[in-house]
Design a protein around this ligand. Sequence first.
Ligand code: 5RP
Length: 225
Amino acid sequence: MTQDALKKAVAEAAVEYITPKLERDSVIGIGTGSTANYFIDLLPDIQDQFAGAVASSEETTRRLKSLGIPVYELNDVNELLIYIDGADESNPQLELIKGGGAALTREKVVAAVAREFLCIADESKWVEILGDFPLPVEVIPMARSYVGRQLVKLGGQPVYRQGVVTDNGNVILDVYNLQIMEPRKLENAINQIAGVVTNGLFAHRPADVLLLGTSEGVKRISPRY
Ligand code: 5RP
């Protein structure tokens, strides 16, 4: 199976997973990226079963609106039933690296609000130790060089993602060569650097459930503690 076919399979499994939980007034959070896009494209089929969505990016907002799905501002919503999003890496604790699509900050906020976080990913994202995928860090533009130097002190090799401006008007540093043995500790340490908005480690708020697309079918994985 191709990677795209696996992404599509997990998107279908996500629809099956959430449908029994939906109520007419439910609002769901929706992430960003190609896997999330497969999920979004299936929403018109179940549109009458929930009220609408909160999006984690402008790109997702546009896609949802183009399909006629109502999009709400997070500030106008009391609670999110569930957040559905992809990932760049997941470990067995369902701690994630996210931000390959530069939407990490809004993704982290929406995930924080949601009662449940359902991650959908193909098997290439499954790792024992996080860090092969360069860790995205969102930084306010004037702090870029300073933050870069601090990230070197933490053992990484930051690379400025040229030509990318986030939905929040910031820049991204991708940090290579991190073997992330203690994800929560590193998430904290990077977020302490002045000028960092947030980083792409989702360790304090890991996923609750992972639907992993594999050649043997979609596996439903709960965190291993
Ligand atoms: C965007 C993200 C995405 O979830 C992540 O990059 C995975 O993307 P894809 O589903 O295209 O593989 O974190 O910021």
